[in-house]
Structures are given as C-alpha cells and as structure tokens.
Design a binder for this molecule. Structure first.
Ligand code: IDP
Ligand code: MG
Length: 138
C-alpha cells in the first residue's frame, strides 16, 4: 500500500481547518495510519524543504512553516501520493479549481494550507522525518 506524508500548514491550522482537510482525504478512501501535532523547528523545516534551499522563497517558507503548530499525518492507499496531489490542487491556490483543498482553503502560493509528498520515494523520506515506524499503524 502506498503512503504519503500530509502536513496541515499554519494558515489552515489558524483557521481551524485541520478536521475539514483530513475529512476530505478520508472521505476519498485514503486511510489515516499516523497523526500528530507538532511545532516544527528550523532544523526540521530545513530538512523537509531541503530541495528548496536555494530558492528565493526558502527563508520565508521556513519562517512560515515554523510559525505555528501543525498537524502531520500519514495516509495510505492505492496511488496515495497521486490521489492526494489531485485532491490538493496545484501549489498556487489562484490556479487551483474549486473543490480542491488549495482551491477552497488556500490563501496564496505560500500559504496554501496543505503539504502532500510528490513521489512515493520522497514520501518515505518525508515520513521518516516526522514518524517512527512504531507510530504508524498497519
Ligand atoms: P508543492 O507544495 O505543491 O509540492 P513546492 O514547489 O514543492 O510545491 O513548494 C513547497 C512549498 O513552498 C509550497 O507548498 C509553498 O508553500 C511554498 N512555495 C512554493 N513556491 C513558492 C513561491 O513562489 N513563493 C512563495 N512560496 C512558495
Ligand atoms: Mg513539493
């Protein structure tokens, strides 16, 4: 069964949208297999967003993702990575269709409510940053 890491980002947490977003994923048949609330520090943010280290938006992204407690979760299912990316919509909420999570809840290209892994391989790497195997249920 494929797995993906999901983060409910600060903009969504601050507006009380964690339950709504998790509910959308569950209602599409994705299985919640791990969940926790945490306040990311700069080190974890740097590791999670390592591929973006050279981007002009990196510093702002780290400040944002560490600005408030978030929810981290692992969802499992057939094509979980692709299915979640589809339900999320594109990075920029302005380009996301209504009915997608970012289209309905995202504020702007940075404050876009949800993270979902972009491939099965990065999913497993990202999951390891946030969860021990003992915290993930079969
Ligand atoms: P993704 O979250 O859709 O996979 P990525 O390109 O991996 O998008 O970017 C990671 C995160 O960095 C985005 O979700 C968003 O929060 C932020 N981000 C991406 N592009 C920009 C930008 O041009 N300006 C500000 N923040 C950005
Ligand atoms: Mg990405």
């Amino acid at each position: 069964m494929e797995r993906s890491l999901v983060l409910i980002k600060p903009d969504a947490m601050e507006r009380g949208l964690a339950g709504a977003i998790i509910g959308r994923l569950q209602s599409q048949g994705l299985k919640l297999v791990a969940i926790k609330m945490l306040h990311m520090d700069r080190e974890l943010a740097g590791r999670h967003y390592a591929v973006h280290r050279e981007k002009p938006f990196f510093e702002g992204l780290v400040s944002y993702i560490t600005s408030a407690p978030i929810v981290a979760a692992v969802f499992a299912g057939d094509d979980a990575v692709g299915a979640i990316r589809k339900l999320m919509g594109p990075t920029d909420p302005a380009k996301a269709e209504a009915g997608t999570i970012r289209g309905d809840f995202g504020v702007d290209i940075e404050h876009n409510s949800i993270h979902g892994s972009d491939s099965p391989k990065t999913a497993e790497q990202e999951i390891r940053l946030f969860f021990g195997e003992g915290e993930i249920f079969p």
